[in-house]
Design a protein around this ligand. Structure first.
Ligand code: AN7
Length: 366
């Protein structure tokens, strides 16, 4: 028996799932790719590493339709842009925003314009934006320069800015906090995440607060954000003119939601800290090899941060002192396949052997 389209079981997407918490009405055309409802994975090896009976969960945002958390905000931003009858959307991006914007624009049948820092976008993300048919403009400058240009071009009837300075983006992204509470039954004690432009930490704070106000949870977790060492303006409390890190997604020196990030951290008794590129790559590899979760370098900042909290007394929040049986959630923001360049070196060392059982046994080390 054949299903009609409306009978097909489809993922509802974050707007249908959390409509009453989002700035949409019956007249908003919903543009969705079935984003959200991402896995919250219990991680036994990470839990063991933290000890003290703590439970560590990873919120795996890489399983969204374009492989990053940006899709949650983009469904709302593009739906609202359609409500305003915009014919195009525009964004600056370190990669994931452009991939997501391009996909949702394609779905909506409108143009997507992307301004990006030349040479600094991970291969997979760049490829996605081209595949979805975005109009790409590369500039000789970094992300902060690109966002400055987008701001100057401005929001208009002609095109809508879909960076996280658009509040519809933040509204959509807060649904990740709702999902975590819905699964755990309450908010966790600690929430660790990477910080770039600081939209996501702002969104999680909004989501946790809103759920608490609706008596869906009893608390807001301590929000602990991690920047890359070479791009840590919030930690150092000054603009970084030339941000540098292998985690190109968070190569940002002047975050748009800086103040909101500080408020989220202060209010939740959280912290901001940084992790080195070396720690980021080590955490990326560890998570893939010990928990089977492959994330892009920027995403591994939350895991590198967790290790730093466990291993050092100087970390922003030394976990040696945390209450027993605490619940910790780490958001990993994007899929590992987006940014393969850091891994390909190991692949190059793979040399073929003769096609015989003996040669293969020898190569395996048997
Ligand atoms: C994988 O795509 O800014 O602190 O232009 O792609 O909310 O900026 C991406 C950011 C973390 C930081 N992890 O989040 C962009 C962009 C990944 C990211 C962040 C980004 P925010």
């Amino acid at each position: 028996m054949q299903c009609t389209t409306s009978e097909l079981r489809q993922s509802r997407g974050v707007i249908e799932s959390y409509r009453e918490f989002l700035p949409v009405s019956d007249s908003t055309p919903i543009v969705s790719l079935g984003e959200g409802n991402t896995t919250l994975i219990y991680c036994p090896q990470l839990s063991k590493r933290v000890g003290r009976g703590c439970e560590v969960f990873v919120k795996n945002e890489g399983v969204n339709p374009t492989g990053s958390f940006k899709d949650r905000g983009m469904t709302v931003a593009v739906s609202k842009a359609m409500e305003r009858a915009a014919s195009a959307i525009i964004c600056a991006s370190t990669g994931n925003t452009s991939a997501s914007a391009a996909a949702y624009a394609a779905r909506a049948g409108i143009l997507c314009i992307v301004i990006l820092p030349t040479g600094k976008i991970a291969t997979g993300k760049l490829l996605q934006a081209f595949a979805y048919g975005a109009k790409m403009v590369a500039i000789d400058g970094n992300f902060d320069d690109a966002l400055g240009i987008v701001r100057e071009l401005g929001d208009s009837h002609e095109f809508v800015i879909v960076n996280s300075i658009n509040p519809d983006r933040i509204a959509g992204q807060k649904t990740a906090a709702f999902e975590i509470v819905d699964v755990l039954g309450d908010a966790p004690d600690f929430h660790l995440l990477p910080v770039g432009n600081a939209g996501n930490i702002t969104a999680y704070r909004a989501g946790y607060r809103e759920y608490q106000a609706h008596q869906k949870s009893t608390k807001v977790p301590a929000m602990i954000g991690f920047q890359a060492a070479g791009a840590a303006p919030i930690y150092y409390n000054r603009i970084v003119e030339k941000p540098e890190t292998i985690a190109s997604a968070i190569r940002i020196g002047n975050p748009a939601s800086w103040k909101q990030a500080c408020a989220a951290i202060a209010e939740s008794h959280g912290a901001i800290d940084f992790v080195s590129d070396q720690e980021i790559l080590a955490a990326q590899s560890w998570l893939a090899k010990h928990e089977g979760i492959f994330v892009e370098p920027a995403s591994a900042a939350s895991i590198a941060g967790l290790f730093k909290c466990c291993d050092s007394n100087e970390a922003a929040y030394a976990f040696q002192n945390i209450p027993e049986a605490s619940r910790i959630v780490c958001t990993v923001t994007g899929h590992g396949l987006k940014d393969p360049d850091a891994i390909t070196q190991a692949m190059k060392e793979l040399k073929p052997v003769a096609a015989t059982v003996n040669d293969v046994r020898h190569a395996i080390g048997l």
